[in-house]
Design a protein around this ligand. Structure first.
Ligand SMILES: O=C(O)c1cc(C(=O)O)c2c(n1)C(=O)C(=O)c1cc(C(=O)O)[nH]c1-2
Length: 710
């Protein structure tokens, strides 16, 4: 049985933390509760507060629906740029800005924060937590940040090196900060914290690098740790002294096998955390198992709770309430961390409080918030790892061939990039539709027969992850087969209503508005507006660079704005190859639009790409082959498979460093560029390994030059 229901303890709220106390303490507890309600009051009524975008998904329900109607289908063609703000980096921008009383707060790459006048883009203050450059290696998927939380004049955000920081929203001065992780381990915060009931909730990423997931709750005023919930069991017999101890021992422990705690576990909560104000619950979206390969992770057995699950917790104590596991015994990196949206839907004539969820695994779930049971689960893209979800048991009917640790190989129609990743979806109660930034990126899973755990690096348990065909035509055919589309999905009728196709995947998050419009940026750099009911395009804008982030809408001085962050990066853009010649890059930007806006972006500079730079040295075929393997296992995840960088980080075939053994060694082994994120790899590579990688890159540069590749 995939669904577990334990203590049904609803709306006991703050009273729980008072149960042990004497009358005096009770009085204090009541006082604290009243205060909590005051600071929550604004967030609780955010649905009616059309001017602002107070929390990550605008309201606690995380619908990303703005009720504003000034911009609508009739006038969307008159939208123009109101202002833009250049950021200080070329790294990926994934943030959803908050807007509170005319001030926009945006978190940017490298975990920085900027406050701007939301009507003009004028900078009010900036905060740089000075993330050490060498902590970039701890982030699996770029030094991105998806946003902040706001409550009662305070702004909360996480950092790549695992800190949670509270700022005074007016001045940008730090109020408190806590280290939420072990900074020596690959545990990096990319997601936005959420705040409710006087607590700030935060997880982190690192499952792919062997970490064990947890969520922490900190007191909003002091930063004191209130509780922690681990999502997967640790070493049997050892307790964490955490809210999860009991349920992990009783329920999760028996679903694991082997010695997973020595090589990982996974289950990181790296993105979605949602507070359900109606039921006083916190839902956490739990990630994949680590290593991915269940044969290695858990002796090929078990559901491995709570990976690939939504878990409902008591927000005051962190105690387990229920869970629903979407991907039992995951071995495909099918995280359930994707955005959860809360809605009230009429299903079968009955009003139901539900979670709407489109996780990586390709099924769209409508889950009953009362019980955690799925009411429906339907494929929103072609899916071949499972035939269907049996709603009686809640379990997917998995194709045995997908268990590649046993079958030896599996090609999934949608793999680890997800049928939907972190890019936020939106739900409009006006149209009843969910707008999903969906994609289809097939992937091959082949078990690594010689797996060796490498602390700190990616440990998937797959043979040469990211390995591609060597032939350019085959790589291009593969890339052409990747798809991206915006899907308007009816969660009651359980079907797609319309779609907007894109050239490829990794398009932006979505905003739905009261003007019956849907906004989404794409991977090519165009920002679109569609009719929310028909999908007809109403407007588009050339943003000059890819948009991944979710747009927001707000109103200042009577004018409605739509704003979005632009900037290429994230996991896909780091790792995926590209034959496009590197272009002069545009820095990360915030773009804000209004009716009649007349601002113009500066002309994009054209710069010739640096030439390929192979050295005249001779390397042996063995050295090149060894370098190919090492590059694929160690470097490709950031510099692009087969050395074909998509342009976020340097294309090493064009790097001057590959022509000089000494310089290359200084970078790779001595770490001279550590402050820019290129740390020393001496822990993983010998100088001979580095030389083999250099030999491989020279071979790749020579090939590209000979073929006249762009
Ligand atoms: O397992 C993890 O801990 C973890 C963390 C993160 C992250 O923190 O960003 C991502 C993923 N997994 C992941 O699977 C994934 O596809 C992904 C994409 C991105 C991104 O920002 O583009 N992050 C992450």
């Amino acid at each position: 049985m995939t669904i577990g229901i334990a203590v049904s303890r609803r709306n006991v709220g703050a009273a729980l933390s008072c149960t042990l106390t004497l009358a005096l303490a009770l009085a204090g507890c009541r006082a604290e509760r009243a205060d909590v309600n005051k600071s929550d009051a604004r967030l609780l009524s955010a649905t009616r507060d059309a001017d602002n975008w107070l929390s990550h998904g605008r309201t606690y329900d995380e619908t990303r629906f703005s009720p504003l109607t000034q911009i609508n289908g009739g006038n969307a063609g008159q939208l123009g740029l109101a202002w833009y703000a250049d950021l200080d980096t070329f790294r990926g921008q994934e943030g959803t800005p908050l807007v509170v009383d005319g001030v926009m707060y945006a978190t940017t790459a490298w975990s920085k924060v900027v406050a701007l006048d939301a009507a003009t883009g004028k900078r009010l203050w900036e905060f740089d937590p000075k993330v050490p450059g060498d902590s970039a290696i701890h982030a699996c998927c770029d030094v991105v940040n998806r946003g902040a939380a706001y409550s009662d004049g305070r702004l909360f955000f996480g950092t790549v090196d695992g800190r949670l920081i509270a700022l005074d929203a007016r001045t940008g001065k730090q109020i408190w900060r806590v280290q939420t992780t072990d900074p020596k381990q690959p545990m990096a915060i990319s997601g936005a914290p959420r705040v409710a009931r006087g607590k700030v909730f935060i997880g982190f990423g690192g499952a792919d690098q062997g970490m064990r997931g947890y969520v922490s709750a900190y007191d909003e005023k002091t930063g004191r740790l209130a509780w922690r919930f681990y999502t997967v069991p640790g070493k049997p017999g050892e307790k964490d002294g955490a809210a999860s101890d009991d349920v992990l021992e009783r329920m999760a422990g028996p679903t694991w096998a082997g010695e997973w705690w020595t090589i990982g576990g996974g289950g990181t909560v790296w993105d979605s955390i949602v507070y359900d104000a109606a039921m006083n619950r916190l839902y956490i979206g739990v990630g994949n198992g680590g290593p991915w390969n269940r044969g290695i992770r858990s002796a090929g057995k078990g559901d491995n709770l709570f990976i690939g699950s939504i878990v409902a917790l008591d927000p005051d104590t962190g105690k387990y309430l229920w869970h629903y596991q979407e991907t039992p015994g995951d071995q495909w990196d099918f995280t359930s961390t994707q955005q959860m949206t809360l809605a009230d839907l009429t299903i079968g004539g009955r009003s139901r409080k539900v979670i709407l969820h489109a996780p990586k695994n390709g099924f769209f779930y409508v889950i009953d918030r009362e019980t955690g049971k799925p009411l429906s689960a339907d494929k929103y893209v072609p899916v071949n790892w499972a035939d269907r979800v049996d709603l009686k048991t809640g379990r997917p009917v998995i194709d045995p061939r997908a268990r590649y640790d046993k079958s030896g190989n599996f090609i999934a129609t949608s793999g680890p990039w997800g049928a939907h990743n972190w890019h936020p979806m939106a739900f409009s109660s006006q149209t009843g539709l969910v707008y999903i930034p969906a994609q289809q990126i097939p992937a091959v899973y082949t078990p690594d027969g010689a797996f060796k755990y490498r602390p700190g690096l990616l440990n998937m348990g797959l043979a040469e992850p990211g390995n591609l065909p060597k032939d350019k035509a085959a790589i291009e055919a593969m890339l052409q087969s990747f798809e991206g589309r915006l899907i308007a999905w009816d969660p009651v009728a359980r079907k797609e209503v319309w779609r907007a196709p894109y050239k490829g995947p990794w398009n932006g998050g979505v905003l739905a508005t009261g003007g019956d419009l849907v906004f989404q940026g794409d991977a090519e750099g165009t920002f679109h507006s569609y009719d929310a009911r028909s999908g007809e395009q109403r407007w588009q804008f050339d943003a000059q660079e890819p948009i991944m982030a979710g747009p927001v809408s707000y109103r200042v001085n009577g004018a409605q704005y739509v704003a979005v962050m632009a900037g290429k990066g994230g996991a896909y853009n780091l790792a995926m190859p590209s034959y496009a010649a590197p272009q002069a890059r545009v820095p990360g930007r915030i773009l804000a639009f209004r009716l009649g806006g007349t601002a113009k972006l500066p002309a994009r500079e054209k710069a010739p790409p640096p030439p390929y730079a192979p050295s005249a040295e001779r390397f042996s075929a063995q050295q090149v082959a060894r370098g190919s393997h090492l590059f694929s296992a160690t470097c490709a995840v950031c510099h692009g498979s087969e050395g074909l960088s998509s342009g976020v980080l340097p294309d090493l075939r064009r790097s001057g460093a590959i022509g000089d053994a000494r310089v290359f060694r200084q970078v790779v082994i001595d770490g001279v560029l550590a402050d820019q994120g290129m740390v020393s790899f001496s822990r993983y590579l010998t100088p001979q390994d580095a030389e083999a990688i250099r030999a491989y890159l020279n071979a790749r540069a020579r090939e590209a030059k000979a073929k006249g590749e762009p």
